[in-house]
Design a protein around this ligand. Structure first.
Ligand SMILES: Nc1nc2c([nH]c(=O)n2[C@@H]2O[C@H](COP(=O)(O)OP(=O)(O)OP(=O)(O)O)[C@@H](O)[C@H]2O)c(=O)[nH]1
Length: 128
């Protein structure tokens, strides 16, 4: 099965982290994730994450660090999820695809119902 390359961003707003919830009509409905999406052909990882965050949330970010990618097999598809830590720069947050968002601290983040591929990423981030 083909592996889909996906970037995601752990976006920090001062001392809080942004988590977004997938809507009922998306794949993995109502699961929590970090904003991001599929890398387009010829696109760099960094261009992808900045584009996806702007398309989904209407905000600009500054990418700070790349964490360890996670390859995960879901029942119907396989992804390689490439995580970045980023900081909010500008723009008014608008949810264009997700049904809700949360600005949370690390303790609160771990209580959410995450997309499975995000769990190792969350663990790495929390232990930083
Ligand atoms: N953006 C993002 N996607 C994630 C995360 N974790 C995770 O498993 N994914 C999966 O990665 C896949 C690709 O993301 P996407 O947002 O571009 O895909 P999609 O299903 O909305 O778009 P599609 O309808 O075109 O397939 C999705 O199936 C999503 O469930 C995450 O933290 N962020």
């Amino acid at each position: 099965m083909k592996t889909i390359l996906v970037t995601c961003a752990i976006i920090q707003f001062e001392d809080k982290i942004l988590a977004v919830q997938r809507s009922e009509t998306m794949k993995l409905p109502l699961k929590w994730e970090f904003a991001g999406g599929k890398i387009e052909s010829g696109e760099s990882e960094l261009d992808c994450i900045k584009r996806e965050v702007f398309e989904e949330l209407n905000i600009k970010i500054e990418v700070k660090e790349r964490l360890t990618p996670v390859t995960h097999q879901y029942p119907n598809f396989k992804i390689k999820l490439i995580p970045f830590i980023a900081e909010y720069l500008s723009g008014e947050l608008k949810l264009r695809e997700h049904c809700s968002f949360l600005l949370a601290d690390k303790d609160e983040l771990i209580t959410l119902d995450w997309a499975e591929a995000d769990l190792p990423i969350l663990k790495e981030f929390i232990e930083l």
